[in-house]
Design a binder for this molecule. Structure first.
Ligand SMILES: *[C@@H]1O[C@H](CO)[C@@H](O)[C@H](O)[C@H]1NC(C)=O
Ligand SMILES: *[C@@H]1O[C@H](CO)[C@@H](O)[C@H](O)[C@H]1NC(C)=O
Ligand SMILES: *[C@@H]1O[C@H](CO)[C@@H](O)[C@H](O)[C@H]1NC(C)=O
Ligand SMILES: *[C@@H]1O[C@H](CO)[C@@H](O)[C@H](O)[C@H]1NC(C)=O
Ligand SMILES: *[C@@H]1O[C@H](CO)[C@@H](O)[C@H](O)[C@H]1NC(C)=O
Length: 199
C-alpha cells in the first residue's frame, strides 16, 4: 500500500514537472476575482484550460490561457459534432488591427477551407452567456474568459485549440499545419478533476 502511494506520488510529481514548460495549473490568478474548480494543463501550445461546470443550468465557465506574443492570436474551441477544426465553435483572441485592443470573436468554423471573411464574429451552435479576453504583457499570455451552454449538457466534449501570428484583413487567418498545431485537440470530461484528457 505504502509502495503504491509512493508510486502515485512520484507520478504526480513527474506530471507537475512535465507541466512546467507549458502554462501550468498551479498559482494562476485571474482578473475580476474569477476562480475555477478544475484545470487541465493542455499538452501543446503552452496552454491551460480552467473551468467550472454548473449542472443546475448546464453551463460551463472557462478560462483558456495560452502563451503568445501580443501581436499573435490564440483560439479555443468546442467541437460538438466532430473533432478537430471542421465543426469547431471557436473563441478567438487577437489584437484589434486599428486600436490594438484585445478582441474576442465567437466564430463557427464549418470547414478547414476557410476564407478570411469566414473569420467573423458570429453565433455559435450553443449559447454564449459571456465572453472576454485580455492580454498580459507581464505574463506574455492571452486569457479568454467565457460562459457557455455545454452542448447537450454533455460533460464529455471534443476540444481544439490553436495559435498563430498570421492575419488576413485584420482577422486571425492561417496557422502551421504540422507539429503541435495539428496535435492540439483533446476530449475532456468537464465533470472530472483535470478533465481526464484523452486524444
Ligand atoms: C512552449 O512549449 C514548447 C513545446 O512544448 C516548449 O518547448 C517551450 O519551452 C514552451 N515555452 C515556454 C515559454 O514555456
Ligand atoms: C473574491 O472572492 C473571494 C472568494 O472567492 C471572496 O471572499 C471575496 O470577497 C471576493 N472579493 C471581491 C472583491 O469580490
Ligand atoms: C445536466 O446534467 C446533470 C448530470 O447528468 C444533471 O444532474 C442536470 O440536471 C442537467 N442539467 C440540466 C439543466 O438539464
Ligand atoms: C448557472 O448557475 C450558476 C450557479 O450554479 C451561476 O453561478 C451561473 O451564473 C449560472 N449561469 C447562467 C448562464 O445562468
Ligand atoms: C445571431 O443571433 C441573433 C439572435 O438569434 C441574430 O439576431 C443575429 O443576426 C445572429 N448573428 C449572426 C451573425 O448570424
Amino acid at each position: 500500500m505504502k509502495l503504491a502511494l509512493g508510486f502515485v506520488l512520484i507520478l504526480f510529481l513527474c506530471s507537475l514537472h512535465g507541466r512546467s514548460t507549458a502554462q501550468s495549473c498551479v498559482d494562476e490568478a485571474f482578473s475580476g476575482n474569477r476562480s475555477y474548480s478544475s484545470c487541465s494543463s493542455l499538452p501543446y501550445l503552452n496552454a491551460s484550460l480552467h473551468w467550472t461546470y454548473h449542472p443546475s443550468n448546464a453551463s460551463l465557465d472557462v478560462a483558456y490561457r495560452a502563451l503568445q506574443s501580443s501581436s499573435g492570436w490564440v483560439a479555443w474551441a468546442i467541437n460538438p459534432t466532430s473533432s478537430g477544426m471542421a465543426g469547431a465553435n471557436a473563441f478567438l483572441a487577437f489584437p484589434n488591427p486599428t486600436t490594438g485592443a484585445t478582441t474576442v470573436f465567437t466564430t463557427p468554423i464549418s470547414s478547414t477551407g476557410l476564407i478570411p471573411s469566414d473569420v467573423a464574429d458570429g453565433n455559435l451552435t450553443f449559447a454564449v452567456y459571456g465572453r472576454e479576453a485580455e492580454y498580459s504583457s507581464a505574463g506574455g499570455y492571452y486569457t479568454i474568459y467565457a460562459s457557455l451552454e455545454l452542448p447537450g449538457n454533455d460533460t464529455q466534449q471534443n476540444t481544439v485549440w490553436q495559435a498563430s501570428t498570421t492575419f488576413s484583413d485584420g482577422v486571425p487567418y492561417g496557422h502551421r499545419f504540422s507539429g503541435d498545431n495539428v496535435l492540439s485537440l483533446a476530449s475532456l470530461d468537464f465533470s472530472v478533476q483535470g478533465g481526464g484528457l484523452t486524444n
